[in-house]
Write a protein that binds this ligand. Structure first.
Ligand code: HEM
Length: 410
């Protein structure tokens, strides 16, 4: 039998990780799902593209998120400060540490607490769009004018990070989030590590400053938990703050960008949302499914496990393709169609199981406010560029910019 890689080449397809496929990886995902839904890649990683397999692995306690469980050595040196701090990142911990840490942070992320931020978030969106209107140039950049500043300001305010420092953040956070991409060359790896270290250094200083002058923010609440002794270690505190910060805007920002592009390419869905603004709730879920920012997540088998008739051995890595699972026709009728009213819609764009996105409520409120306000305030929306460019990230996929015209032509 010809192997998958050869068959892909014969069909004119290349790896979905390559920059040339960033714009539309979905036909390649569909091809892989059809031919070899549990694919053993040449580098030894298992790649899952079916919804049922992906959903099951995310919930299966036999799979770990801890890179230390990998049978082979990982790329990052054990001595690196990023790696050391990274080893206390909640997303790389298993129970019981994961349960304890997540429990502490969840107290600040209850749907009620986050819901109380809604008026502030809506005001912020309006201020950002006021600035666009005041500029009066008939178009705006969805990324620079809305998608980036909105979640950045929100997470800064929530954590108690000075918003004035945000110019530095975009570069550091984007660099550090690239460390999630497994397939980096040496130069990109070094750049990502350097950015991650800058971020940790920045937060170390901020933590010390907040220790001296506590406030009412989440960082101060976490410091109080640290002071209580064995509940939260210093390394956990530092990595939690950094994780919340990076996860707090890298993802939402790219959902707003990818989602707006999807809507612009499906004007009838914009019409539906305008006719019935309440549809923004199912609309945002659909945008997360249809072209969400997080394309892949990894797990490591802690014992031999059979998936779809293939044997994944202890210590082997499984790449769960959320992007592919979210377009699986066995789960979603007509999966390549954007349907803002889609229901049910049990997408995996926010993960699933114990590591399900901790910021899901916040992300939903921010995105609903952003899409709702843009559609309400700008009756004429049209792309100002045919082919917007993508960042060089595979795991968190998003646009570098998205210019949109808001005045009718002529
Ligand atoms: C549209 C926006 C967002 C998307 C698509 C998204 C997606 C995800 C996904 C897929 C996971 C699971 C990763 C895995 O299972 O390996 C996750 C976890 C996580 N997310 Fe989000 N996220 C978003 C926004 C946010 C926001 C706003 C925050 C925080 C303010 C946040 C914080 C987290 C944290 C802390 C985790 C790790 C949870 C754990 O390991 O228990 N996310 N997110």
């Amino acid at each position: 039998m010809t192997d998958l890689v050869t068959q892909m080449a014969e069909a004119g397809l290349t790896s979905p990780m390559l920059p040339e496929n960033r714009g539309n990886p979905y036909p390649t995902y569909a091809f892989i799902r059809r031919l070899e839904p549990v694919h053993h890649a040449p580098d030894g990683t298992w790649v899952l593209t079916r919804y049922d397999h992906a959903a099951a692995v995310l919930r299966d306690p036999r799979f770990s998120t801890n890179p230390a469980r990998l049978g082979e050595g990982v790329d990052l040196s054990k001595e690196s400060p990023v790696r050391q701090a990274g080893s206390s990142l909640m997303m790389f911990l298993d129970p019981p540490d994961h349960t304890r840490l997540r429990g502490l942070v969840s107290q600040a992320f209850t749907p009620r607490t986050v819901d109380s931020l809604k008026p502030r978030i809506e005001r912020l969106v309006d201020e950002l769009l006021d600035a666009v209107v005041d500029r009066g140039d008939g178009e705006f950049d969805v990324m620079a004018d809305l998608a980036y500043p909105l979640p950045t300001v929100v997470i800064c305010e929530l954590l108690g990070v000075p918003v004035a420092d945000r110019e530095s953040f975009q570069g550091w956070a984007a660099g550090a989030s690239r460390l999630l991409d497994n397939y980096l060359d040496q130069a990109a790896l070094m750049e990502g590590m350097a950015a991650g270290m800058e971020l940790f250094r920045y937060f170390s200083d901020l933590v010390e400053e907040r220790r001296r002058h506590p406030g009412t923010d989440l960082l101060s609440a976490l410091l109080a938990a640290e002071a209580e002794g064995d509940r939260l270690t210093h390394a956990e505190l530092l990595s939690t703050v950094t994780l919340l910060f990076v996860a707090g805007f890298e993802t939402t920002m790219n959902l707003v960008g990818n989602g707006m592009l999807a809507l612009l390419r499906n004007p009838s869905e914009i019409d539906r949302l305008r006719a019935d603004p309440g549809l923004v709730r199912t609309g945002v879920e659909e945008l997360i499914r249809y072209d969400g920012p997080v394309h892949i997540t990894a797990r490591i088998a802690t014992t031999d496990v059979e998936i779809g008739g293939r044997l994944v051995r202890e210590g082997e890595q499984v790449a769960v393709s959320l992007g592919a699972a979210n377009r699986d026709p066995a789960q979603f009728p007509d999966p390549d169609r954007l349907d803002v009213g889609r229901s049910p819609n049990r997408h995996l764009g926010l993960g699933g199981g114990p590591h399900f996105c901790l910021g899901a409520t916040l992300a939903r409120i921010e995105s609903q406010a952003a899409f709702g306000a843009v559609l309400r305030r700008f009756p004429h929306l049209a792309p100002a560029t045919e082919n917007p460019t993508y960042r060089d990230h595979f795991v968190i996929r998003g646009l570098t910019g998205l210019r949109v015209r808001i005045t009718p032509p002529g």
